[in-house]
Design a protein around this ligand. Sequence first.
Ligand SMILES: *[C@@H]1O[C@H](CO)[C@@H](O)[C@H](O)[C@H]1NC(C)=O
Ligand SMILES: *[C@@H]1O[C@H](CO)[C@@H](O)[C@H](O)[C@H]1NC(C)=O
Ligand SMILES: *[C@@H]1O[C@H](CO)[C@@H](O)[C@H](O)[C@H]1NC(C)=O
Length: 351
Amino acid sequence: MRPVVIAACLLLLAPITDSWWASGSAVILDPRMICKKNRRTRGRLAQICRNETGLLKEITKGVTLGATECAHQFRNRRWNCTTQRRSMRKILMRDTRETGFVNAITAAGVTYSITRACTAGSLLECSCEKGAPKPRRGRESVTLPPSQVPTERWQWGGCSDNVRFGLKKSREFMDSRYRKRSDIKTLIKLHNHNAGRLAVKNNMKMECKCHGLSGSCTLRTCWWRMPTFREVGDRLRDRFEGAAKVIASNDGDSFMPESPSIKKPGKKDIIYSEESPDFCSANLKTGSLGTLGRQCNISSAGTDSCDQLCCRRGYKETSVRDTENCNCQFKWCCEVICETCYVKRNIQTCL
Ligand SMILES: *[C@@H]1O[C@H](CO)[C@@H](O)[C@H](O)[C@H]1NC(C)=O
Ligand SMILES: *[C@@H]1O[C@H](CO)[C@@H](O)[C@H](O)[C@H]1NC(C)=O
Ligand SMILES: *[C@@H]1O[C@H](CO)[C@@H](O)[C@H](O)[C@H]1NC(C)=O
């Protein structure tokens, strides 16, 4: 009998209604708004705005992809990457590690969305990469991670994700406005955009398909595929945890670690120049919404523990009525019918 997969519980992501990128501020990445403000300029950005509607649509999707992943990665923290516009605007005007993460994941989202559209064939300007991937400049061949080298006979083939095009367009759209500036905040922004893009590029995977009679796999064809965007988010979250604080160098157009004992941050690292607020109480100036009313987890020892999330102010416990699927029956064929039961559950919210 074939196994019947039952999706008992569909987690629907809440739609981002009042999203920060749709706001009118120039600091916030709203593709349409960026285009409006740069209508009179020349260069690649203006060209994209004027002439590449399909691409612009993918860029917008990419920004949303980044925002959604950001909210997922930070759901259990005091700062939860809220889509609330006023708060996000303040976050983006500063230069904390949160700012760095948002900039990195946005650039990654834009790269990802464009690349995916190329593979799907929905952009006129690009397609997937056929055949063997080109080695990086200055190298003879493409180096595979040892875990990805196939053991059988294999060849490049099929349709590889064209990340090169996605990277290029993400750079043109997100960085070109800043290229002429060299203040520390701009340098940090450009660095974090790049760190975000590398989180996509450096985690590409090789996928293969077997050919041969009755699954004998005498020959395999292989191609490159992007990681899932969740994986990109996870990698960038790691970089956020280890983010490096930097200061302006004396030459005025580079940065260096705040303390000489720390090694210079690498290209993949997220960097920042300002300490974060503690995000415990609401503060219009920093964009902190505070944690009053947030649900905490009494059995957790992490960032969502009641102690940490509520900043030691304490919490209150309320009993809520929850619904649950119960008395499920399998009906031939292939349906599962459940009743809805009510269960009582205690939840804790920060005071
Ligand atoms: C718009 O794109 C087309 C095709 O890519 C190109 O030939 C044309 O020069 C572009 N026009 C502008 C104003 O950039
Ligand atoms: C994020 O935090 C804000 C402010 O504390 C809160 O209103 C919102 O419900 C939180 N979002 C999630 C998904 O927990
Ligand atoms: C609370 O934290 C525990 C331990 O980390 C975890 O197993 C549990 O799923 C969490 N509960 C909720 C509602 O997130």
